[in-house]
Design a protein around this ligand. Structure first.
Ligand code: DX5
Ligand code: ZN
Length: 225
């Protein structure tokens, strides 16, 4: 097998956490080796759901010793970049489909001193991010349609993930390749074999019967076996 499990980063998504105990839930994931915490922001327009705003990032920042990455599933993300940056986000991930002037958005993220990520929905070709790839630190290939946790992994995204890996290796080898949606012990190997280097996981981490530590151990175990 070509994958090296120790190089794969895990980013638990707090969308699936018990938000009444958010600080504890984050601490549990960090204690279990979470490399970063993934915060899903939804606006009720770009996706049909509503979730967290900058106030949550601001409250989490002092109790979270690992980077906070903010996944902006919102229309016209430029309007909120500064608010999330000031709240303490370490990286800001915007959708290719969320605005018109993606290059300007990425420049704005960098001007705020933050890492820039770009996400693409399952139906969006990876070719649409070819020109922005040299400018970004992370490419997120959605493996479900964004909007909800606990959805089934879309295996049809795997060929695109392989194309994304080839493109990154050619033009931007240090860009991270992240996947998000439906990642569990049964699917994590496939995405890592296809080239993913950062794994977002919500339900399979926070929904594990024994909690976040057990969920993360199961994911890492699936890679090592
Ligand atoms: C989906 C979100 C995901 C979500 C993943 O719209 O972007 O980050 O939390 O949840 P699971 O891992 O349950 O599919
Ligand atoms: Zn997400």
């Amino acid at each position: 097998m070509s994958m090296r499990p120790e190089t794969i980063k895990l980013a638990p998504s707090i969308l699936a956490a018990d938000v009444s105990r958010l600080a504890e839930e984050v601490s549990a994931a960090v204690a279990a080796g979470a490399d970063r915490i993934h915060v899903d922001v939804m606006d009720g327009h770009f996706v049909p759901n509503l979730t967290f705003g900058p106030v949550i990032v601001r409250k989490l920042r002092p109790v979270c010793p690992v980077p906070l990455e903010v996944h902006l599933m919102i229309e016209e993300p430029d309007r909120y970049l500064e608010a999330f940056a000031e709240a303490g986000a370490d990286s800001l991930i915007v959708h290719q489909e969320g605005g018109i002037h993606l290059n300007r958005t990425v420049q704005a993220i960098h001007a705020l001193g933050k890492k820039a990520g770009v996400a693409i929905n399952p139906a969006t070709p990876v070719s649409t991010v070819e020109e922005i790839l040299p400018e970004i630190e992370l490419l997120l290939v959605m493996t479900v349609n964004p909007g909800f946790g606990g959805q089934k992994f879309l295996a049809g995204t795997l060929p695109k993930l392989r194309r994304a890996r080839r493109m990154i290796d050619q033009v931007r080898p240090n860009c991270e390749l992240e996947v998000d949606g439906g990642i569990e012990p049964e699917t994590i190997r496939q995405v890592v074999e296809a080239g993913a280097s950062v794994i977002v996981a919500g339900s399979s981490v926070y929904g594990a019967p024994g909690g976040a530590a057990e969920g993360m151990t199961r994911l890492r175990g699936a890679l090592a076996s």
